[in-house]
Design a protein. Structure first.
Length: 177
């Protein structure tokens, strides 16, 4: 009832501006509730969008995100799985097939791509299977990292997008040294 009365007043006052008689001044007080409700809705919507954005964007393909090393699993003498925790424990990152993420080392000013081995629906973390080379720059940087250290990660980067069923056969090559 309150809302209808306010709207009627508003429309009546707006219509008067087309009449020949001098229009009455619009009573802005009657519009206050609508302005307040509108502002509230806008702010609420903006807040919700910002929350959703921060909740889903665990990593970014345009800029580096600091991720904490949650676990380092030794696979063999020179290969390890680095489990990197997202800030949001419930976040998942869509990792398309054949995409990679970059890890950087600011002290040496180098970055190297790695192919995540965790799935797109893995919640809260990203896993990288990394072979450490004795004379490799990134390898030496990673070799010295321990649980709790931060790795700067950017991605996923899609260099080439695989379309399902687009090839009759797929050949794979594995180098073993
Ligand atoms: C798209 C993409 C995805 C990749 N994904 C992974 C991954 O999931 N896991 C992973 O371990 N690596 C991956 N790599 C390789 C990785 O990016 C680095 O090249 C590797 O870790 C070596 O970096 P480095 O700085 O330690 O060595 P560098 O300092 O660049 O090289 C030092 C020496 O290491 C040796 N070396 C370097 N790279 C290789 C190599 N690929 N094969 C054999 N010898 C090498 C060479 O002898 C070289 O002289 C990927 C590369 C690309 C392009």
């Amino acid at each position: 009832m309150f809302a209808r009365r306010g709207l009627n007043t508003f429309f009546r006052q707006t219509q008067r501006s087309y009449a020949t008689a001098n229009p009455k001044k619009i009573q802005y007080n009657s519009l206050k509730p609508y302005v307040l409700v509108g502002t509230g809705l806008c702010l609420g919507g903006y807040g919700l969008l910002s929350y959703q954005k921060s909740g889903t964007a665990a990593i970014d393909s345009d800029c580096y995100t600091p991720l904490s090393i949650q676990e380092i699993k030794k696979v063999n003498h020179d290969t390890r799985i680095y489990k990197l925790a997202y800030k949001n424990k419930n976040a998942c990152v869509e990792i398309p097939l054949s995409s990679s993420v970059y890890v950087k080392d600011d002290s040496m000013q180098i970055m190297r791509p790695f192919t995540p081995v965790s799935d797109s629906d893995t919640k809260g973390h990203l896993e990288l299977l990394i072979k450490l080379y004795p004379d490799g720059s990134m390898s030496q940087f990673l070799k010295d990292r321990t649980v709790g250290d931060i790795l700067e990660v950017r991605g996923p980067i899609i260099n080439w997008e695989y379309q399902p069923n687009s090839y009759r056969e797929i050949g794979m090559v594995n180098f073993i040294d």
